[in-house]
Design a protein around this ligand. Structure first.
Ligand code: HEC
Length: 176
């Protein structure tokens, strides 16, 4: 782009910044942080990275998650997450063994990815029907089932990326 255009863009940016200080940033963070109770289907960019950037603002407790899990997840994954063929729990330290059991607890290196997966892919056949807070709550409960969170824990966009998964550093490539 010719120098003249560069200068034009610079001036335009300065004018914008001067006219409405903070407004652009505010709009941006607003776009990234939907209000509580927002349906996941309304969150256009729900690509959550391991460090948590892209997580929507919200929160949910293990306690709330337990109620939701029973209604929305237990039919396929079992009340304790241990339904054969659809395991969410167990398999710790089995990956390097002859019979690796891949579950949320044993395999997934990041809690943020679990959030993202539930938000976008579950409940199976009713994808994206959960609100942001419901996804936080259910994620918390699945982590509780895996012994990673306690009874009275809650998760939000700040605490979720800080959850250390058991397999965070134990990741092994599985050769099929
Ligand atoms: C109708 C049955 C059904 C329901 C209800 C359901 N799931 Fe699933 N879930 C599946 C199936 C099938 C898979 C495997 C999908 C695949 O591999 O593409 C799966 C996979 C998963 C996984 C990935 C497991 C892994 O380690 O690969 C997670 C996590 C999960 N479900 C969580 C949930 C949660 C949380 C809910 C409730 C909000 C839920 N599911 C409701 C059927 C269901």
């Amino acid at each position: 782009m010719p120098l003249r255009n560069h200068i034009f863009v610079l001036i335009a940016a300065l004018l914008l910044a001067g006219a409405a200080p903070g407004a652009v940033g505010e709009q941006l963070s607003h776009a990234l942080k939907p209000a509580l109770g927002t349906k996941m289907s309304d969150v256009k960019a729900s690509i959550v990275s391991p460090d948590g950037s892209g997580l929507p603002r919200g929160n949910g407790s293990v306690f709330a998650g337990e109620q939701l899990y029973k209604i929305k997840c237990a039919s396929c994954h079992g009340i304790d997450g241990k339904q054969a063929g659809n395991l969410l729990v167990g398999g710790l330290n089995s990956l390097a063994s002859g019979q690796p059991v891949k579950t949320v607890g044993s395999f997934w290196p990041y809690a943020t990815t679990l959030y993202d997966y539930i938000a976008r892919a579950m409940p199976y056949n009713q994808e994206k029907s959960l609100s942001v807070d419901e996804v936080y709550a259910i994620t918390a409960y699945v982590l509780k089932l895996n012994g990673i969170l306690g009874h009275s824990d809650t998760l939000d966009e700040i605490s979720l990326p800080r959850v250390e998964m058991p397999n965070r550093y134990g990741f092994v490539e599985l050769v099929p």
